[in-house]
Design a binder for this molecule. Structure first.
Ligand SMILES: [Zn+2]
Length: 189
């Protein structure tokens, strides 16, 4: 707890110096421009990576940053989050943020049989991703997420009308470098 207290104290000092970055006006409704779906990994902090101000990013994190297909066993929460971000908050950018050394993806592709039943259920759709090459694994995972997102009519329609743009990114936890997928190539962001 001591470490958290120290951090909180520094946070209060930072608010004092730059309240615009950390506090959103109470009179305004949040208007985030982007929704990020990423892994819960403690090394991946999307708001920190993008130096986002309060109210800019609608963040949804889960094990492996997974978006299951619509109407699958585990899709209720992710579908609700997508609906809220897209229909209620009108985000313009939907970003899937994967990361290197992802324990969730490793568990799904390498140790699936030994997992706890709840994790098995959550990671079921990821177990057949290619595990032998990390970049290929991450790219396939991201592509699967994009396809699953586009399987929702409300997502596909907004993309078609160019009111929503979907992006795939990989964060390298060992270097802090961010890559973006363009035409199936990962390039520096
Ligand atoms: Zn992860």
């Amino acid at each position: 707890m001591q470490r958290l207290k120290q951090g909180y104290k520094a946070y209060q000092e930072a608010i004092h110096q730059n309240s615009e970055k950390f506090l959103y006006p109470a009179s305004k409704q949040q208007e985030p421009h982007s929704m990020i779906i990423s892994c819960c990994d403690s090394r991946v902090n999307p708001c920190q990576i993008f130096q986002a101000h309060a109210g800019e990013i609608f963040l949804y994190q889960n094990i492996a940053g997974h978006l299951p297909p619509p109407d699958s066993d585990s899709s209720i929460q992710t579908t609700a989050a997508l609906r809220f971000g897209i229909d209620n908050l009108h985000i313009t950018h939907l970003i899937f943020l994967a990361h290197t050394d992802c324990a969730g993806l490793k568990a799904a592709t390498q140790n699936y049989r030994t997992l706890d039943p709840d994790l098995k259920k959550w990671l079921k759709k990821l177990k057949s991703l290619p595990a032998h090459n990390e970049i290929q694994l991450l790219q396939t995972h991201l592509r699967q997420n994009v396809q699953n997102a586009l399987s929702h009519a409300f997502v596909a329609e907004k993309v078609k009308k160019k009111r929503l743009f979907i992006h795939s990114m990989v964060y390298q936890v060992e270097s802090g470098i961010l890559l973006i997928d363009q035409d199936n190539q990962l390039i520096a962001f």
